[in-house]
Design a protein around this ligand. Sequence first.
Ligand SMILES: Nc1ncnc2c1ncn2[C@@H]1O[C@H](COP(=O)(O)OP(=O)(O)OP(=O)(O)O)[C@@H](O)[C@H]1O
Ligand SMILES: [Mg+2]
Length: 589
Amino acid sequence: MNADQFTTEERAGEVQGSLRVLWRYLWEVPYVGVLLIPNVVFALVPAVLYQLFMWLSGKLAECGSLAECSPVQIVGGIQLEPAIPLLSLLAVVVIIARFTEWCVIECGGQIATRGLLEKMVRGVGGVRTTFFDEYPSGKIINRLVKDADQLRATAPIRLGDSTASVVELAVTAAVMGIASPWAAAVAFPMLLFFFYVQRNIAPMLQRVLMLRSARFGEVIHRETDVIEGVRAFVLYGQLSALMGRLSDSLYRFMQMHFLRGTIEAWGRFLSDVGIALYGTGVLVVVCLGLHYGTLSPVMGVVVVSASFRLGSVFSWLTWSFGLIFETAGHARRVFEYVDLPREETEEGFVPPPREESPQVPDGDLRIEAYSMSYRPQTPVIFERLSLSIERNTKVGLIGRTGAGKSSLVQALFRMVYVRSGDIKVGSESILAMPIEQARSLFAVVPQDPYLFEGTVRSNVDRMGEFADEQVSEALNAVQLPLDLSANLLEGGSNLSLGQRQLVCLARVMLSRRPFVIMDEPTSGVDAITDAIIQGVLRDALRDRTIITIAHRLETLARMDRIIELEHGVIVRDGTPSEIMRVITPEELA
Ligand SMILES: Nc1ncnc2c1ncn2[C@@H]1O[C@H](COP(=O)(O)OP(=O)(O)OP(=O)(O)O)[C@@H](O)[C@H]1O
Ligand SMILES: [Mg+2]
């Protein structure tokens, strides 16, 4: 798929409202919702105290001088020290309330969001493997790393900030309404204007943020290309073309940054115009009130300071709404991964819950009128395929490229979309088993094995179930006497392809899985190593059923049976001598 295009989920996300996504976030991480309640209380304290602060300041100014300013004049009869310590105390309380508000939402919220991110990783881990064919790597990395982390870091604090701003707005408007209903009335058109601006700016911003995220995924995708493909491009003298592609996608990403900045600046400009008009309106109301004696100078101070406060809260709300939409975008992308269909569900086979049988099913492998495709909408690969493989036989699977050999292996591992039919081991359907149990029947030596960074021992005995002697014995059997504590690099890159296959074979020997699948490379191992592998199959693995995707005549000669596939259909099936008579070496290559 082209990284420039949006996926279906992204297109669907366009119509999904940001507020709905944020609501879901609060629902999924209820702890953040609960934290918003003390956050509102802590936000109320500074909002109320600020107004009291202004009122006291006005009173203080009215006194003329500190000496004349008796405490009685200030707080109506309660004996207090002069106003300055009281104002200082209020300032300290405001700071403490603000800090507590921040601590509650920031620290608590981040811990709470962790569970959601775990769900996201589980969502990706439980998805069908063909998902990775369709999604560019940059997009997946972008979501798992950037979106997840941004959501963790920003969602609680931005939601907390926005609710605090709304509380402050309500308190300030209420105080202004008490001080001068006319001044409060002037705020009404500003409120309408603010919502009008938001209604127009928000969808634009949401869309551009979505585009920006897609572009960022594309940048990571191209960077992965550079890392993976740099050798080939250097070899053909095309490095500048590779770099050019990366720079193009970076440029497209920067364009979205610029567009976002432009939209935000336009939104802020409109809000500032609204705030300036509103400030002028309030000043006119205050001047008229003072002129006609309907407003005392102290209340005038309160109204003017409240109007400034209201203006800055509006300005902050415009800003924080933009941030909230950005957070909603991260949340939407995280939820898409949380909601990814699990592979069992997508396959159409949801086995009823049942006790996992302690007995590993063993017996003949029977594929019965089995039809499959990789996804529901992609072409059918096998159409009513029937095949029976007797227990403990060694089967060679051959066929031209694209014949369906690897697809048959994928089918056994239940990594494809089953349309009809069944696959049984003995009398048990592997399609009706829990997926982990079905997969535990098969051990595999892949064509291009990926080993994990760590010791040789941890790669041969993944679960740490076997003694050192058993692990060494398995390595000796495949004639790869590596030191158990030797370190392997990421992917096993400090071993040759053939050696990596031998490590896998040693792993298969230790596992007691009744079926072994070998995807033999044409050039990974030499004739001597091939003979070693065949010896292991004959001796150590003699009591297992082995299916080998084989290309070498020597390998095929040692099989009990050979099956040839062509376009998903069995075209030949017989003993090596029967098949060798009719097949040419070119057909195997
Ligand atoms: N992940 C996939 N998604 C969709 N179609 C696929 C996928 N993998 C393989 N196919 C299709 O399945 C068919 C059989 O491919 P398969 O990989 O099984 O061939 P093969 O016999 O293993 O070939 P080769 O010898 O080249 O490895 C091909 O037509 C291929 O296009
Ligand atoms: Mg293949």
